[in-house]
Every structure is written in structure tokens, then in C-alpha cells.
Design a binder for this molecule. Structure first.
Ligand code: PLP
Ligand code: ZN
Length: 410
């Protein structure tokens, strides 16, 4: 089903499939429009998928790229049945999609792989991005693998682990004295002055399509079935809304049966423009100045906020916010019940999952998927001070004494 055009999400004006992202008529965002898939041969589609590579490119029929390629394979991450966490929270059936298991340890490898493949088709020699951290990491790595020059723009107060893990790829790293929204404004200006493919600005319609592959994988890994509920984090709202689009496209193509899952969005209290608009019954987001440990979600002016609100409402879900302490607890809970160490964004998701369970929002028969989007080693500071090693002398006596002390204080 080849892509046909870029189309304005608001006024439906169509544009050619080049590097553009905003409607000239109404300033609405553009998205990729495909030929209709109703009446498609679902068995044939399924065979093509199952014969495909173990990466996002097994879903090439649903992506806006003619020549799927990436030197760094993204996707095909584990979907893990999380019975111990389910028991802890009183949930019937719980799965964790561990997208930390990507080449640069976050779900951003999916969106960058698609944007970069399209950028190569359009003849770009340089790729760039405005990032909250993980995107810079993925752009730097995928550019290195493809032999392209890259520029990554980040807020200067980013976690050290993310900065180090990005600089190593030999990118041009620009640390902007400001928050993500300042970085994004600057990059929007620069994208008009340089012939660069900014993956999340002028390439955004293609970039956003990469997130659908998370939904495709979840459905395929469940045996071509839908979950009942999806809990996922929201920064700009792109991932959240494109998860739903992925399920909708497979419903239309006949690869899935049933109805759209309930969507629960997760934000940090310190940057919760979408959760607060949901709470207040508004259909737009009031921009905020982010102040949270969940830096990868720290977008104060989320581009897809209104669409995320609409999705949560029409699917019977919600968008909730959790405090920094709840985020740290969420990271620990996930680690101690599943063996998965996630970054702060995953702590947000886990903490919101816990909140939903406590509130009684989750039915006993529901099949729930929590989307874990990044790796704990990138936000190590959150683990500091949460435990203590027993420091001992190198003899058995010292160990037994320490253990005794431990048992009596426990
Ligand atoms: C970027 C990011 C998200 C979500 O981003 P959207 O802008 O909402 O698509 C979620 N988790 C992590 C770890 C991220 O880096
Ligand atoms: Zn328009």
C-alpha cells in the first residue's frame, strides 16, 4: 500500500511526499496518507510480514519508504509477560514491551530509522534533530552507521549518560542554554536556512510513522491479536497517537479483529500539559515550563497534545501525571518485579499503571500492555541513594556480622 501524499490533519489539503511538515493553508500538521487498505489480501500481507527481517522493516508495507534500509536494525524488541508485576498490582494479564532493547536503547531508533531512510531517498546528506536526549542518541548513531553528517541539538542540562552515549558517535553536538521548547524553536528556524533533514521537524511526517511499528510488533507478538489497554508515555504525543494509528491500520487491513484498545497516557507532574488539559476537560494544551527528572518527556508545548487528548477520550482511557518520587518508585517496582531497568520515562509509565490499578480503572479480564520506552543506564542518577551496599572486610566473619546487622535492622 504505497504512500500517496502528505495531507493536512486539519483541512485535508494534500502535498507531495517531500520534506515538509506544515500546511500552507491552515498551519496544521501534515501526515502521510496511504491508499485505502480495505479489501486487502490479509493472508498475503501476513505472509509478507512473517517472511520479513527481524526489524521494523518487516512492516515496510505500512511505512512511507520505497527502499527500506538501515545499517542499524531498529525494532523487534521483546514483549514480556509480567506476571509478578501483574500480581503486585492486581492486574489479570500484563505485558511489558521493552523498547530499551533497541540499538541505542530507546524507542527513538524506530522513528529515526524511518526518517533517515526517507531522507536518503530525498537526497539529503546531513541529518539533524531537536532532542530531549534519546533522539540525539539515535540520530548520532544511525548517521554514523549510514556515513552521514549529523547535527544534534539538546538542552544543556541533559543527563550526563545521554550526552556521553551520543558524543561517542562523532556527531556535531550543540548544547543549547535553554529547555527543549527553546531548542525546538531554534531548530525550526535553522531548518529554513540549511538543507538538512531535521528528523522531527521537516521530516516529522515520516519520523512519526516509525512509532506505528511498536503497535504492529505488539499485535504480532500477541499472535495477531489486540490488547485491551495500552499504557504509554507522552512527550509531544507522537508515539501515543501513532500507536493507535498502527492498530487502526491493521484493523482496516484485516490483520486484526476487534476494536481499538483503551489508551492511557502517562506524563510527569513537572511537565504535564496534556494530563492537565485532560483533567480540566479542555481540548488544547496550555504550554508549561518543564521541571521534572523525566527529561526525555520534558516537552512543555506538545505538538500532538490535542490529538492525544482526543485519543484518550474516544478510546475510554485517560491521561495521568505522577510525581518525581512516584517515578523513582515506578523504576524500582519494574526492576524488582520484571528484571527490566528503565529510564525515568519508563518510571512514569509504570507509576501511571500502578495508579490506574489502584483507582480500579483496569478490569479483571483485561489484557494490558505497558510500553517501556528507554533504558535505566541512561538516567542512573535515579538509582543513587535507593539502596546501600554492605561494605565488609574480606573475611567470612565480617560478612556474617554485616548480615546480622542487616537482619536486625530490616
Ligand atoms: C521521545 C520519548 C518518548 C515519547 O515521545 P513523543 O514525543 O511523545 O513521541 C517516550 N519515551 C522516551 C524514553 C522518549 O525518549
Ligand atoms: Zn491545512
Amino acid at each position: 500500500m504505497p504512500p500517496e501524499a502528505l495531507r493536512c490533519k486539519e483541512c485535508k489539503t494534500e502535498y507531495p511526499l517531500d520534506a515538509r511538515y506544515v500546511c500552507e493553508r491552515c498551519f496544521g500538521p501534515l501526515e502521510v496518507k496511504y491508499a485505502s487498505r480495505s479489501g486487502a489480501d490479509a493472508d498475503e500481507l501476513k505472509r509478507r510480514i512473517q517472511a520479513g527481517p527481524h526489524s521494523i522493516w518487516r512492516y515496510a508495507d505500512f511505512l512511507p519508504v520505497e527502499h527500506p534500509s538501515s545499517a542499524l536494525a531498529a525494532g523487534w524488541t521483546p514483549l514480556i509477560r509480567a506476571d509478578r508485576l501483574a500480581a503486585e498490582l492486581g492486574i489479570g494479564e500484563l505485558w511489558v514491551k521493552n523498547d530499551a532493547a533497541n540499538p541505542t536503547h530507546s524507542f527513538k531508533d524506530r522513528v529515526v530509522a524511518v526518517a533517515l531512510a526517507r531522507a536518503l531517498e530525498l537526497g539529503f546528506k546531513t541529518i539533524a534533530c531537536a532532542s530531549t536526549g534519546n533522539l540525539a542518541n539515535a540520530v548520532a548513531a544511525h548517521a554514523a552507521a549510514a556515513g552521514l553528517e549529523s547535527y544534534v541539538f539538546i538542552p544543556s542540562d541533559l543527563e550526563e549518560q545521554k550526552v556521553l552515549a551520543t558524543g561517542i558517535y562523532g556527531t556535531n553536538m550543540v548544547a543549547v542554554r535553554g529547555n527543549y521548547d527553546d531548542v525546538n524553536r531554534l531548530c525550526t528556524e535553522l531548518s529554513g536556512e540549511h538543507e538538512w533533514a531535521f528528523v522531527n521537524i521537516n521530516m516529522r511526517p515520516y519520523y512519526a510513522e516509525g512509532s506505528k511499528t511498536l503497535a504492529f510488533e505488539i499485535a504480532e507478538q500477541l499472535g495477531f491479536q489486540l490488547p485491551d489497554r495500552v499504557v504509554a508515555p507522552i512527550a509531544s504525543g507522537s508515539l501515543f497517537t501513532k500507536l493507535a494509528r498502527g492498530f487502526e491500520e491493521w484493523l482496516e487491513a484485516g490483520l486484526l479483529e476487534g476494536s481499538l484498545p483503551t489508551f492511557n497516557g502517562a506524563q510527569a507532574e513537572g511537565c504535564a500539559p496534556v494530563a492537565h488539559a485532560f483533567r480540566d476537560g479542555q481540548d488544547f494544551c496550555r504550554p508549561v515550563k518543564p521541571e521534572t527528572i523525566a527529561k526525555s518527556l520534558a516537552i512543555g508545548n506538545p505538538a500532538d497534545g490535542p490529538y492525544a487528548l482526543d485519543l484518550a477520550r474516544r478510546s475510554g482511557g485517560a491521561i495521568d501525571a505522577v510525581s518525581d518520587d512516584e517515578i523513582r518508585d515506578g523504576i524500582r517496582l519494574l526492576a524488582q518485579t520484571t528484571g527490566i531497568f528503565t529510564e525515568t520515562a519508563g518510571g512514569v509509565t509504570t507509576a501511571v499503571l500502578r495508579k490506574l490499578a489502584q483507582r480500579g480503572d483496569i478490569g479483571p479480564q483485561e489484557r494490558v500492555v505497558a510500553v517501556i520506552t528507554g533504558e535505566g543506564l541512561k538516567t542512573l542518577e535515579c538509582a543513587r541513594g535507593t539502596f546501600e551496599a554492605w561494605e565488609i572486610d574480606p573475611n567470612a566473619n565480617s560478612f556474617e556480622q554485616a548480615r546480622e546487622r542487616q537482619l536486625t535492622t530490616a
